[in-house]
Ligand binder design. Structure first.
Ligand code: GLY
Ligand code: MN
Ligand code: MN
Length: 453
């Protein structure tokens, strides 16, 4: 947790000042003189049920204030201090939501009001817009349809999310540190064997001090062949004690609403295929660090994604998993069978942050979520992988390019599922600062017992 220090208060004030300026410009450009950003309303799990999903504020609200308070709103009027309207729920069923940190109060004007009286705290609606996931509430407030989530305004506000403030980077670095405690703890537990995927998931939550709804996305915890399912969240309940296997953990943490997104792949066992898979993990880890070192402001993220395919082709050849020239493996789509997803995505108050795909990627990179030109201030993930996904292996085997693949070596590795290595990086004027690795390295060198959250 980031301590509530004078430094954090100043960082937050600067963050709010920056938002006031940039949002003010957007409002003027859109002919508006007020904006109401709603925290949103709990959503029912099903119309046939009386339970709600755990409440998450709208990302637009989280960009301003780290509070999980339904029906609250931030009101922005150019030339005025931003105003936080805190809605107080009545009744006796729920306690007020926990405030994660008190560094925020100085930066905004704050009013508290019963939830049903929020309308009375809103500005004149003549030239105002409403952003939120509860349009029915906006209608009840009197916003005309055209003023509720107008597409051009939403898109302009999303663009403001692409470069991060120092405050946001500090939150994400802390979220990375917390995630690192979980990853290191799971690496140690896995080395001893005998735990199920569910047990490892629960251990991660314990190590990071997070409840499941606090995590930025459902943890992916996959042992052995399950690592070939990119979003494996249906955890096995049976402990695994096989002397040699793998564990892929893709799990993050949140700090003040900001996410980290981190993946590590661990190997247990020695000899034969386990050694080969451990070598593949080392190679993908090195490839990932090469890509981070090559991040340069002014180049397209898609070019870095293409570079990942070139480097992967070299790994496949070096390890004798494939035998053609590396560029042929890229051109024939062989690397795409082993690495089908995008190299990375923007990250912030959403783990797949908005605003990073201003245009579609090339058709051969359909899942790439970041098509921006790299610029200082951006924060994104770098997450190359190499997997043995049965459906993609079958597809590849049926193509002429299959002749370039060493299938007996591939088949020996299938039971390890695959490897992904993922860090979050902040782009600087010169290159990139890794928000994940320093914390991970410190924990690995000092022993995770010292690594409380
Ligand atoms: N954890 C989801 C992703 O890596 O994009
Ligand atoms: Mn990711
Ligand atoms: Mn991830």
């Amino acid at each position: 947790m980031l301590a509530d220090t004078e430094e954090l208060r100043r960082l937050y004030e600067d963050h709010i000042d920056r938002l006031v300026q940039s949002t003010g410009t957007v409002l003027v450009e859109h002919g508006l003189d007020a904006l109401v950003i709603s925290a949103g309303t709990p959503t029912p799990k099903s119309p046939f049920d009386d339970q709600d999903h755990p409440f998450r504020p709208t990302p637009a609200f989280a960009h301003w204030v780290p509070l999980r308070e339904p029906d609250s709103a931030v009101v922005i009027e150019p030339g005025k201090r931003p105003r936080l309207v805190r809605a107080r729920a009545g009744g006796f069923w729920d306690a007020p939501p926990r405030v994660e940190s008190h560094h925020i109060w100085r930066a905004l004007d704050v009013v508290e009001t019963p939830a049903e009286r929020v309308a009375g705290e809103l500005p004149s609606l003549r030239r105002a817009a409403f952003i939120g996931d509860d349009p029915a509430r906006a209608r009840a407030f009197g916003f005309p349809e055209a003023a509720i989530n107008p597409a051009a305004l939403v898109s302009a506000l999303h663009a403001l999310r692409v470069t991060k403030s120092d405050y946001e980077r500090a939150c994400m670095a802390e979220a990375g540190r917390v995630a690192a405690t979980g990853h290191v703890r799971l690496g140690e537990a896995f080395a001893h064997g005998g735990r199920s995927e569910l047990a490892l998931h629960l251990l991660y939550l314990e190590a990071t001090g997070q409840d499941d709804p606090d995590t930025p996305y459902k943890n992916i915890v996959a042992q052995g062949e399950n690592a070939a399912t990119l979003h494996h969240v249906g955890y096995d309940r049976e402990p695994r004690s096989a002397p040699s296997t793998s564990l892929l953990v893709d799990a993050g943490a949140t700090c003040l609403g900001y996410a980290s997104d981190v993946t590590r792949t661990w190997v247990r066992g020695e000899g034969g295929a386990a050694d080969a898979f451990a070598e593949l993990v080392r190679r993908i880890d090195a490839l990932q660090q090469t890509l981070v070192a090559e991040i340069t402001p002014g180049t397209a993220f898609e070019a870095l994604h293409d570079r990942a395919h070139e480097l992967l082709a070299e790994v496949l050849c070096d390890m004798e998993l494939a035998s053609a020239e590396p560029h042929t493996l890229v051109e024939n789509g062989v690397t795409r069978s082993f690495f089908p997803h995008g190299l990375g995505h923007g990250i912030g108050v959403q783990v797949h942050d908005v605003g990073h795909r201003p245009h579609d990627p090339r058709p051969d990179n359909p899942f790439l979520r970041n098509t921006r030109v790299i610029e200082a201030g951006q924060v994104f993930t770098i997450e190359p992988g190499c997997y043995f996904i049965p459906s993609l292996m079958d597809e590849l085997r049926a193509r002429p390019a299959a002749a370039d693949v060493n299938w007996s070596a591939i088949d020996a590795l299938r039971r390890f599922g695959g490897v992904r290595v993922e860090d979050d990086v902040a782009v600087t004027d010169e290159g990139a600062r890794n928000l994940t690795r320093p914390a991970m390295a410190e924990l690995l060198s000092s022993g995770s017992d010292r690594a409380g959250t």
